[in-house]
Design a protein around this ligand. Structure first.
Ligand code: HEC
Ligand code: HEC
Length: 287
């Protein structure tokens, strides 16, 4: 009898230990399985992203000349899973962001991948968009060539949405070194199947010896519409020209530090980053 008690309690302790051990054994693989599933999901999202999105958003989703940074956390079209999923599935009407036909699991994997990326090390903040806007329409002369919300010149691309469409480092390069990466060509409205028109400087010499410099608005084998630097439009037959040279450089002057100090540059960039955002929010709210 006396021996039975300790034996029973040993057995109880043994059972408890077994139960504890079983619990541990069970919970370890569950946790590990969950993290493996998560890692697989991120890996799956990464490869879907590389195949479908990287041409515009970059291999590490930092954006560039054709699409915005998707790691910065300042979502123009909403940052909840539902909102990002909506953007991915439906695209953004009127922009280069296309609609996609992924299934739910693929969209979730892409979002998991985006959420796994850390934000850029130095988010460029501190510029004053109001001062930037004053420079844009004033001393910096940007408005002479660029349209924003229906006001401005036509020599450069319309910048009304540039803040939601491009990454900040690209905006800075566009101002400091415009030749580095020319704005992607606009599709030729008269030739839907042709290559996009490059946004570069074009020099035309007419048979009469007149030299015109500007950007091509339309061009085909037989004719060219040239918007000259004085913003006059010239419609010329190629038979009336001696040569048409695409110079593969920007018509935009570079703004080095000597012309535009860093604080001024940051003000301008802050203004550019704000362009498109109000509208994106308004569209989001009306949905
Ligand atoms: C042809 C270029 C292009 C491709 C391909 C592309 N995007 Fe985009 N994406 C854009 C542009 C441009 C915008 C900005 C639209 C605007 O101006 O609001 C954008 C916006 C977005 C946004 C909204 C960002 C915000 O601030 O709210 C998300 C999310 C996004 N893209 C994800 C993706 C994913 C995921 C893929 C691949 C499945 C993809 N995109 C493929 C060009 C592209
Ligand atoms: C003489 C005309 C001219 C002036 C002045 C000018 N630009 Fe440009 N800009 C252009 C042209 C042409 C392009 C397209 C070719 C290229 O990529 O540089 C361009 C491209 C850009 C782009 C890239 C747009 C995109 O979607 O890829 C940005 C940003 C820009 N300009 C900002 C500015 C700012 C800010 C100023 C004032 C500090 C300015 N520009 C002054 C003609 C001009």
């Amino acid at each position: 009898m006396l021996q039975a008690i300790p034996r029973a309690s040993v057995r109880i302790v043994g059972l408890l230990q077994l139960a504890l051990l079983a619990g541990l054994l069970a919970s370890v693989p569950v946790a590990r399985a969950a993290s493996i599933a998560k890692a697989n999901n991120v890996a799956e999202g990464r490869s879907a992203f590389h195949a479908n999105c990287a041409p515009c958003h970059g291999l590490s989703a930092r954006g560039g000349a054709r699409g915005p940074d998707l790691t910065a956390g300042n979502w123009a079209h909403g940052g909840s899973d539902t909102q990002i999923s909506h953007t991915i599935t439906h695209g953004v009407a009127g922009t280069e962001m296309p609609a996609n036909a992924f299934d739910d699991a693929e969209v979730r994997a892409i979002i998991a991948y985006l959420r796994s990326l850390s934000p850029p090390a130095n988010p460029l903040v501190g510029g004053d968009p109001i001062r930037g806007q004053q420079m844009f329409v004033g001393s910096a002369g940007c408005v002479n060539c660029h349209m924003v919300d229906g006001h401005g010149g036509h020599l450069g691309p319309d910048l009304s949405r540039v803040g939601t469409a491009r990454a900040v480092p690209y905006l800075i390069d566009s101002i400091r070194e415009p030749d580095k990466e020319l704005t992607g060509g606009a599709p030729d409205p008269n030739n839907h199947y042709g290559l996009p028109l490059p946004y570069d400087t074009v020099t035309v010499t007419t048979t009469a010896g007149e030299r015109l410099v500007g950007v091509a608005r339309n061009e085909d084998t037989f004719s060219i519409q040239l918007l000259a630097v004085d913003q006059s439009l010239h419609c010329l037959l190629k038979s009336e020209t001696r040569e048409v040279i695409h110079e593969r450089r920007s018509l935009m002057p570079a703004y080095p530090v000597s012309a535009l100090g860093t604080p001024q540059l940051l003000d301008l960039v802050a203004y550019l980053v704000s362009l498109g955002r109000d509208r994106a929010v308004a569209v989001g709210q009306s949905r």
